[in-house]
Design a protein around this ligand. Structure first.
Ligand SMILES: Cc1cc2nc3c(=O)[nH]c(=O)nc-3n(C[C@H](O)[C@H](O)[C@H](O)COP(=O)(O)O)c2cc1C
Length: 182
């Protein structure tokens, strides 16, 4: 019987999930193609969403000046200045649910964001989720900088690019986080 690590090594999806890392050191000499970006966004839009509302909109920043301005104006997004691109995920308020479900869009955007990170890893690209929501000061700065439409709520910035030196994924497996009811 193979152990979990050995079984995961044979499964490319599991391997992709377990080797994803948050990357913050990008190779400034390598670009990322529009085709690669669209693969990331294809993965994002394949995510599940409450009542299948798909309440998202993505701004793709490849302009070097804007990438540097994002890095300068956000406290934990300094790596954006060296990234080939940054995907700014936004909630589309026109598609938000109402009543008790009015915050489900945050979960929808989180699912889409994780798909972007995993797709990037599968393409040999590095990426990192940097938080905007629920920091209203950061959301407002990005809104003004990128001239984001008022109906969109900036959620996160995901810098993407080839990494300078890949680093080892953290091993977060912890059986203490599980309760089995058998
Ligand atoms: C909601 C959320 C917010 C995060 N915000 C930032 C951020 O602003 N800047 C950053 O460098 N990393 C950010 N991260 C990345 C985490 O620091 C990273 O996932 C964590 O340290 C575990 O490392 P790993 O992703 O390599 O496994 C964020 C991740 C999540 C899920």
């Amino acid at each position: 019987m193979k152990n979990i690590a050995e079984r995961n090594d044979e499964n490319i999806v599991m391997k992709n999930i377990l080797t994803r890392t948050s990357d913050r050191l990008f190779d400034t000499t390598r670009e990322v193609s529009k085709n690669q970006i669209e693969q990331l966004l294809h993965a994002a839009m394949a995510a599940p969403s409450g009542v299948n509302r798909q309440p998202w909109h993505f701004y793709v920043v490849t302009d070097k000046t804007l990438l540097a301005q994002l890095a300068d104006s956000l406290p934990y997004c300094k790596m954006a200045k060296d990234a080939a691109a940054a995907i700014v995920s936004c909630g589309d308020s026109k598609k938000f649910l109402e009543g008790v479900d009015d915050t489900l869009w945050v979960q929808d955007l989180s699912a889409a964001s994780e798909n972007i990170l995993l797709a990037a890893n599968s393409l040999g690209l590095g990426s990192v989720w940097t938080a905007l929501y629920p920091h209203f000061d950061r959301m407002e700065k990005v809104k003004q900088l990128l001239k984001i439409d008022d109906t969109f709520v900036p959620f996160n910035v995901i810098p993407v690019g080839y990494v300078l030196t890949p680093h080892k994924p953290l091993d977060k497996w912890n059986p203490a986080n599980i309760t089995y009811l058998e």
